[in-house]
Design a protein around this ligand. Structure first.
Ligand SMILES: Cc1cc2nc3c(=O)[nH]c(=O)nc-3n(C[C@H](O)[C@H](O)[C@H](O)COP(=O)(O)OP(=O)(O)OC[C@H]3O[C@@H](n4cnc5c(N)ncnc54)[C@H](O)[C@@H]3O)c2cc1C
Length: 527
């Protein structure tokens, strides 16, 4: 067995991130094992609402070297996304590496001594598998279904976590004393529970019921649209929204200009104060602030005119550019505002809510929304999901930072924790089209394991992670924990390219380089 095939690499998760990580490790001669808790590939796309479709157009949401089939919808259904991901897994031999129904319940780093975690160099020498005396990751894996499961322990030289951020651990808001779900006599569930259900069971759950949905993001709108379709104006669905986001009907402005030309090219990134940029770049971004402001205003004005958000008090509180840098942007369900207009969806803005016996109390008691079912579309705790993977309190404490830390999840290059050796995370930081960013992370991690580069010293990585964390905090405001590369994706890719020894400028010609949108395909030759 050659030296690389002998290295034991585990990947946890077979969603887009895990598939990309496995494909690129195979391409570099490794033989990873993928543990997947579910029964098939595709991650969250296998567990969605019936109506869920891809929000990013297929031109952006694709692997660099694997196009969608001829004639695919621009916004395919969730099952078509799963089929695309499964075809990718089959094409590149990923499928054979996956052990389905295998949930990693605990990960523990076991070394001869604990110095690897506090050394000046990551893993002792800045290399993926560490130097002499490197430890191993001991994974406890539950195989099988709940009725007949077995638990086994495995050891690996490297661990790659691809467990996803938007599933698994729901974010449940804090309630005032006596105002939690226990006070309510109806049913309370998280949007995740609804997605996990069979389509028919989910439809039956809301049919004929007074449903209230809490949330401001895409999931809340999707749930409300499905409830409205099920119950019409007879039993309107109420959406309780704290802070509206930019949810669009189309990704072209004025029917002509794709948003990518405004926000996903190199010129657009000149207007952003980027983490780790030099003085000249920061100065230029400051000088271009009026232009950035103007583009944001004009784009926002177009959408405000095209979508009746103002009429229903749903104008976002932050500018359009802010939605790009915070990844708080999505697509409206079809004809959503028609449902609001005909009364099958009722929108209520409220800063706070609590439960009462008959439903929800808004804004400290001023309004009561009667309900039989309350669905919390309040997001996920990806940080908690990461913590839950580990046994050691020290690792639990540092992997996802704490409220006082600069960075939400302090990962160098959004992949490697400076103080957790022989481990990488792929897919925690999101982007406007996720495959684009996770595939680059997968390429970077695979090359790192292949010895193409070493990591800098631990203090340098910490400084870099903190700098990116400050950027996330500045651009995402109070929700900076949702690490988002939306406005700096090319800048981020440039750094990965340099590490990998690849040229960061990927386009042919000056105009294309500066003004054409960048996407996964531009990096197709990095294998
Ligand atoms: C409703 C919805 C719509 C979205 N639409 C878009 C879109 O249009 N465009 C876009 O760019 N992004 C979209 N996203 C973001 C989406 O998160 C990413 O596009 C992407 O699918 C995430 O892939 P992932 O592999 O990182 O995570 P996931 O898809 O969540 O996959 C993680 C996998 O890890 C497995 N796993 C987790 N823990 C364990 C464990 N302990 N042991 C074993 N296996 C484990 C899970 O079973 C799962 O299969 C959407 C998200 C949601 C929730």
């Amino acid at each position: 067995m050659d030296h690389k095939a002998a290295k034991r690499v585990a990947i946890v998760g077979a969603g887009t991130s895990g598939l990309a990580a496995c494909k690129h490790l195979l391409a570099r001669g490794f033989r990873p094992v993928v543990f997947e808790a579910g029964a098939s590939v595709g991650g969250l796309w296998t567990r969605t609402l019936a109506s869920t479709r891809l929000q990013s157009p297929t031109a952006g949401y694709r692997f660099s070297d694997f196009p969608w089939p001829e004639g695919a919808d621009t916004y395919p259904r969730h099952d078509q996304v799963v089929e695309y991901l499964a075809a990718y897994a089959r094409r590149f031999g990923v499928h054979e590496c996956i052990r389905f129904r295998s949930q990693v319940v605990a990960a523990e780093y076991v070394g001869e001594d604990d110095d690897a975690c506090v050394a000046e160099q990551w893993a002792g020498n800045g290399e993926a598998f560490g130097g002499d005396g490197a430890g191993v990751w001991r994974l406890t894996v539950r195989h099988g279904d709940s009725d007949s499961d077995t638990t086994q322990v495995y050891e690996f030289d490297f661990l790659i976590l691809c467990i996803g951020r938007f599933s698994g651990v729901p974010n449940i808001p804090a309630f005032p004393p006596g105002g939690g779900p226990d006070a309510f006599r109806g049913r309370v569930l998280h949007s995740m529970d609804l997605s996990d259900m069979d389509d028919a069971d989910a439809a039956a759950l809301v049919k004929g019921k007074r449903v209230a949905v809490v949330g401001s993001g895409k999931s809340a709108y999707d749930v409300a649209a499905e409830c409205a379709d099920a119950n019409g104006v007879e039993r309107p669905c109420t959406v309780i929204c704290r802070s509206p986001r930019w949810l669009l009907h189309d990704v072209t402005v004025w029917g002509k200009l794709h948003l990518g030309y405004l926000y996903m090219n190199r010129f657009a990134e000149l207007m952003v104060r980027k983490p780790g940029a030099g003085l000249a770049s920061t100065l230029l971004a400051t000088l271009l602030t009026p232009l950035a402001w103007l583009i944001s205003k004009v784009t926002g004005a177009y959408y405000k005119k095209a979508i009746p958000m103002w009429e229903y008090g749903m104008e976002p509180e932050f500018g359009f550019a802010g939605s790009i840098s915070s990844c708080k942007i999505g697509m409206l369900p079809e004809a959503f505002y028609d449902k609001v207009r005909d009364g099958s969806v009722v929108i209520r803005r409220s800063r706070s809510f609590a439960f009462c016996e008959d439903g929800l109390v808004l804004d400290g008691g001023a309004v009561v929304v009667p309900a039989d079912v309350v669905i919390l579309a309040t997001g996920f705790r990806g940080d908690q999901k990461l913590r839950d993977m580990f046994v050691a309190p020290r690792v639990k404490a540092i992997v996802a930072g704490s409220s006082s830390d600069t960075a939400a999840v302090p990962l160098y290059r959004e992949c490697v924790h400076p103080r957790i050796p022989q481990m990488a995370v792929v897919g925690y930081s999101e982007s406007l089209t996720n495959i684009y960013s996770v595939e680059m992370m997968a390429k970077w991690v695979a090359r790192f394991l292949d010895g193409a580069f070493r990591l800098p010293s631990v203090p340098r990585m910490e400084r870099s992670a903190a700098e990116w964390g400050r950027y996330m905090r500045r651009s995402n405001g109070e929700s900076f924990r949702g690490a988002c590369l939306g406005a700096v994706n090319i800048w981020y890719n440039d750094q990965l390219c340099r590490d990998m020894g690849c040229h960061p400028r990927r386009k042919k010609g000056f105009l294309a380089e500066w003004f054409q949108p960048y996407g996964a395909v531009d990096y197709a030759d990095i294998q």
